[in-house]
Design a protein around this ligand. Structure first.
Ligand code: GRF
Length: 185
């Protein structure tokens, strides 16, 4: 059972916000200690501050970023690192050190469409369905052990923007569900 988490973000932070809300409402029994970013002031920071969660810019340099994060995790007994739109690939050293402690959400049904622009690639390929995946992070890109997947049937009568937005809403629900399932372990 995981207790103390940090969230890593790079951008908007809508997944981060839905996780923070779920914790505040006791839908999730995690304490979010801090929100970190590789960017100096992403829109996500403003959202986190609204919920009185401390924010911290790590570094845009991976080695410094991981060094500071490791230090924080050890000092504060963090047992879960939640990636929510975090756009840096963590080093194999870091992922090995924190095995089964780092989770990520990906907007596709892995192993299909790993990496960037998964929604656009699913859309352009013409597949009938895609989905979202929550997984542990290992040394590969979107290759770690799958925790939970949810499917999404693509409605081709609607626009790409509509599809992307609906898939993001599914991400929010699926991330909470996946974290709840970890909670029970
Ligand atoms: C999400 O689609 C996530 O799957 C991807 O980046 C996006 C982040 O959105 N890795 P947000 O910052 O949570 O709004």
């Amino acid at each position: 059972m995981y207790k103390k988490a940090v969230i890593l973000v790079s951008g908007t932070g809508s997944n981060m916000e839905s996780i923070i809300k779920a914790c505040k409402e006791s839908v999730l029994h995690l304490k979010i200690e801090r929100v970190f970013s590789n960017r100096s002031n992403p829109p996500a920071f403003e959202k986190a501050t609204k919920y009185k969660i401390p924010t911290e810019f790590l570094s845009s340099k991976l080695d410094r970023l991981e060094e500071r994060l490791s230090e924080y995790i050890h000092k504060n007994q963090i047992d879960l690192i939640i990636l929510a739109g975090f756009m840096r690939i963590l080093s194999p050293n870091f992922t090995a050190r924190f095995k089964r402690m780092i989770v990520n959400i990906h907007p596709a049904l892995l192993p299909a469409f790993p990496g960037l622009d998964a929604q656009r690639r699913a859309w352009d390929t013409g597949v009938a369905k895609t989905g979202v995946t929550v997984h542990f992070v290992d040394e590969g890109v979107d290759t770690g052990e799958i925790i939970l997947q949810r499917e999404f049937i693509i409605d081709r009568t609607k626009s790409f923007e509509f599809f992307k937005n609906e898939l993001l809403k599914l991400e929010h629900r699926t991330y909470i569900e996946a974290l709840q399932s970890l909670d029970k372990k």
